[in-house]
Design a protein around this ligand. Structure first.
Ligand code: ZN
Ligand code: ZN
Length: 129
């Protein structure tokens, strides 16, 4: 880890939502060097719920939606969202990538979670790191 990354870890990022840009799509999960959270890459596709063809997915307002309103095959506007266990070369053209934060509260021996909701976050973070 570079020194600059370490410095970033200590900087308060209140009010700024980290986009976890350094987590590359080809890894399954990893710790974001910008915010220190464990990030999991999740892939989703949308499918027409009428005829079942894949529809190109995108993330809009935090939700997975098809890029086109209507199915190019049957004209239906109904769709369903499917989570992919693994991304492959075919699905990558249809899939939307969601970088979800893994809730570390569910892991034993971590004390970081409650601190995030306090106003004194930066100070406490430094203390615990
Ligand atoms: Zn991040
Ligand atoms: Zn259809």
């Amino acid at each position: 880890m570079f020194v600059t990354d370490l410095i970033k870890l200590f900087l308060p990022n209140l009010g700024v939502k980290c986009q976890h840009e350094k987590i590359s799509p080809d890894m399954e999960q990893g710790y974001c060097p910008d915010c220190g959270k464990l990030i999991k890459n999740e892939w989703y596709i949308t499918r027409c719920s009428c005829c079942g063809v894949k529809m190109k997915a995108m993330v809009k307002g935090g939700e997975i939606v098809p890029q086109h309103h209507f199915c190019g095959n049957c004209g239906s506007e109904k769709f369903k969202v499917e989570k992919l266990d693994q991304i492959n070369f075919i699905d990558i053209n249809f899939a939307a990538l969601v970088k979800s934060e893994v809730d570390e509260c569910s892991r034993p021996f971590t004390t970081t979670c409650w601190q995030e909701r306090t106003i004194e976050q930066p100070k406490l973070l430094v203390q615990y790191l």
